[in-house]
Design a protein around this ligand. Structure first.
Ligand code: NAI
Length: 334
């Protein structure tokens, strides 16, 4: 069975091929890797393949799913947890098998959220450059002691819980908001309503999925409810945050810091080397001008351990599909 792997970077190839050699032995899975992201123009690359293996910025809307189906593709294997980029209703109508990797080292993303907070709070990114230039002045590097500060976790699922535990361990007061609160969170922090969390937290960290309910969860109104000078961290999905509202809040000095690993229009930018190109995204370029904004290019998941887990679980999902077995990681209507 041939599987077309879209948005395949060298590390995807390495970890998928290693997992295939280990777990796929004897099952005849053959990966065909493409650098290109999947969209209506690139879907034809899946000719001759029974499955596609995709990542966060591959686009599986109705026209793409129809094009894949016409080529004989029957399975979509997501190398990620989120599936907001798949039209699940159309996938179900066409009878696609869609499976994801629901959890892979939640600590990897939680630790990246911590890295963003620590970098921005203590300005280590600026200190690094400054010291290398022989400037040992401390002006502009003043941070806050996190011990004793209040951290608000929006979405206390697997990654939110891991993040909450880290901040709890640092001596922070942890607040959590989740419409389906997990009992595991109870021992770590206090469950509160969203407005309460926004009003009390010095750091607000987003860990809920992107849905029609959570789209632009952070907007002008919610930013106005946050503590003046608070830090907003988003390692979940870019669409949770209204970028223009955040720019307004930064310009008015109400929002103290912004750290993002995801960005609403990231599919045109992330996972590509655009260092020699002109970037047309005005909102992104505006964000780059603020000294109190830190952006990373969707690297929260990017650890050896997480990539090994993603590949192993993807192989397991593929094996379930190939054998016609029930698959615990299937998403959407059957
Ligand atoms: P999860 O499903 O374990 O937890 C998500 C939680 O959000 C659930 O408890 C759910 O009840 C809650 N939730 C749903 N609607 C909400 C709302 N309106 N307000 C507050 N909470 C709400 O998912 P997990 O594994 O913790 O992942 C969270 C998100 O992190 C994913 O949806 C994905 O978008 C993102 N992610 C980002 C990565 C990165 O590299 N930056 C890597 C992996 C995931």
């Amino acid at each position: 069975m041939q599987i077309a792997v879209f948005s395949a970077r060298p590390y995807d190839r390495r970890f998928l091929e290693e997992a295939n050699a280990r777990d796929g032995a004897g099952q005849g899975f053959q990966f065909v890797h493409f650098d290109a992201a999947l969209d209506v123009h690139t879907a034809a690359l899946a000719q001759g393949c029974t499955a596609v293996c995709v990542f966060v910025n591959d686009r599986l809307d109705a026209p793409v799913l129809q094009a894949l189906h016409a080529l004989g593709v029957r399975a979509v294997l997501l190398r990620c947890a989120g599936f907001n980029n798949v039209d699940l209703a159309e996938a179900a109508r066409l009878g696609f098998f869609v499976a994801r990797v629901p959890a892979y080292s939640p600590e990897a993303v939680a630790e990246h959220a911590l890295a963003l907070v620590m970098t921005l709070n203590r300005q280590t990114h600026r200190a690094y450059n400054r010291v290398r230039e022989g400037n040992f002045m401390l002006d502009g590097l003043l941070g806050r002691t996190l011990h004793g500060r209040t951290v608000g976790i929006v979405g206390t699922g697997k990654i939110g819980l891991a993040t909450a535990r880290i901040f709890r361990g640092m001596g922070c007061t942890v607040l959590g908001h989740d419409p389906y609160p997990s009992p595991d969170f109870e021992g770590v922090g206090e469950s509160v309503g969203l407005d309460d969390l926004l009003a009390r937290a010095d750091i607000v960290s987003l860990h809920c999925p992107l849905t029609t309910d959570t789209q632009h969860l952070i907007n002008d109104a919610s930013l106005a409810r946050m503590k003046p000078g608070a830090m907003l961290v988003n390692t979940s999905r870019g669409g949770l945050v209204d970028t223009h509202a955040v720019i307004r809040a930064l310009k008015s000095r109400r929002l103290g810091h912004l750290a993002i690993d995801v960005y609403e229009q990231e599919s045109a930018l992330f996972f590509q080397d655009l260092s020699g190109e002109i970037i047309d995204d005005e909102a992104f370029q505006r964000l780059m001008t603020f000294p109190n904004v830190l952006v990373t290019g969707h690297q929260g998941f990017f650890t050896v351990e997480a990539l090994q887990e993603i590949s192993a679980i993807t192989l397991g999902n593929l094996a379930d599909f190939a054998a016609g077995r029930a698959c615990a990681n299937r998403v959407g209507a059957d």
